[in-house]
Design a protein around this ligand. Structure first.
Ligand code: SF4
Length: 261
């Protein structure tokens, strides 16, 4: 669901950033960043993407496609546990476990995932796979903006910040009205992005390297060429990417408010 969010954020950016001094805050995938803006910088929150995180989007889509399914989200992030219980979006995810917890399960069951056969489906695009590290969201959304609005006069100029200190610094600047020479601000609570999450099993720099290699292996270059997303949208009755931004039901699935199952 990264990709449908990428496309939605591309439409949001195209809609919201019309003048040189307009700016757009994301990434919607990081609850630490979202909560920081919502609680401590409420005057900036109307610049924040109204989209849910990929975790919530994936849960809602899965439950829509497979009624009665239980959804487990696995990540290096403890903040995701609280995000899944947020009353506005508690309809999406049943359980959140961390990589460290999953490793314990594998150890107890004597499972070696690296020895198991590879699933050869090409799930995500080059840009979508980069979401796990800082800069991935910016690259992915920029690719989509260039595709949906190639004639835009104001280009997407990204600024990436990671770690709580850097996030606060940029938000303080924005609050004071200082110019930052960017109109798309990607914030991630952990240094390096999710590869630096608190419950990861491997070194952050090594994880970043693996994420980059994994991205380069993708045969799908842009979010708009992801056949998996096209298929899922068709199964839900939609056939145009603009439906992600225009159709009420899809907007509800991808926005921060509780939806019925
Ligand atoms: S950057 Fe850190 S806090 Fe934010 S979603 Fe990733 S792991 Fe969680």
């Amino acid at each position: 669901m990264l990709i449908s969010l990428t496309i939605k954020e591309a439409y949001e950016f195209d809609h919201l950033v019309k003048r040189q001094d307009d700016f757009f805050l994301t990434s919607c995938c990081c609850p630490v960043w979202i909560n920081m803006v919502e609680r401590n910088y409420p005057e900036l929150f109307n610049h924040m993407s109204p989209s849910v995180s990929p975790m919530i989007a994936a849960g809602r889509f899965l439950k829509r496609l497979y009624p009665g399914a239980k959804v487990v989200f696995i990540s290096p992030c403890t903040a995701k546990k609280a995000e899944a219980k947020d009353p506005r979006q508690a309809d999406a995810i049943d359980f959140v476990i961390t990589y460290q917890e999953l490793k314990e399960v594998f150890t107890v069951l004597e499972l070696e995932p690296g020895q198991l056969p590879e699933d050869d489906k090409d799930h995500a695009s080059f840009a979508g796979r980069l979401y796990a590290r800082t800069g991935g969201v910016s690259l992915s959304v920029k690719t989509a903006v260039n595709r949906i609005a190639p004639d835009r006069l104001i280009n997407l100029r990204a600024r990436k910040v990671d770690g709580v200190k850097a996030c606060k610094e940029i938000l303080d600047k924005l609050k004071k009205g200082e110019r930052i020479e960017a109109n798309f601000i990607e914030g991630m609570g952990c240094e390096g992005g999710c590869v630096g999450g608190p419950k990861t099993n491997i070194d952050k720099d090594k994880a970043r390297e693996i994420v980059n290699e994994y991205s380069e292996e993708s045969l799908i270059m842009t979010p708009m060429d992801n056949l998996n997303i096209i298929r899922i949208l068709r199964e839900l009755g939609y056939d145009d990417f603009s439906d992600i931004y225009e159709e009420e039901e899809l907007l509800k699935l991808l926005s921060r408010e509780k939806v019925g199952n």
